[in-house]
Write a protein that binds this ligand. Sequence first.
Ligand code: SF4
Length: 196
Amino acid sequence: MVLLHICCGPCSIYPVKYFKEKGISFKGYFYNPNIHPYREFRQRIKALEEVQKILGFDIIWHKEYGLRNFIKETFMLWDNPGKRCERCYFMRLKATVKKALEIQAEAFTSTLLLSIHQNHQVVKEIAEELSSKYKVPFFYEDFRKGYKNSHEEAKNLSIYTQGYCGCIFSEEERYYKKRKKELIKEYNFLKVSDIF
Ligand code: SF4
């Protein structure tokens, strides 16, 4: 069985269908202390519950709001999106690999590998490092080919799709024009999607 870390409902659709079509046994794992504020966190849980109901699969839920834990882990990295995101991937993938060990899953992977907004290479490298440290195989698949399809299907099913990555800083980077401009200047980002 593969433990599939799930970041949100829309991003789960393609990977879940992929596993089902290939006949690979899997279980979802929701652990995302990076989603803020609280009402957004609840909304994303609700969206994933809807996907779960439609597609029918098991999920191990971590429904506790992780704001403080996230802030502690990313302390001093808030204004450096690259480093902050790296730490954020690490937090979530480390929890996933530990859960995989606990439930004796044969491998682990993540829907973070689907998003065209995440740093795919960094997600992959962190997962590989954790895999070798904890001796749990990493199931790698470039799910990005299913990004469009996954999100279109979410739209057709009226599943809530978020407007920003997750943390309160990404919300600022997405909607606060002044911060957007600063980031483009500081980090030479070409478009806002590069930062989450
Ligand atoms: S932008 Fe997204 S990946 Fe980066 S720290 Fe925030 S929630 Fe995590």
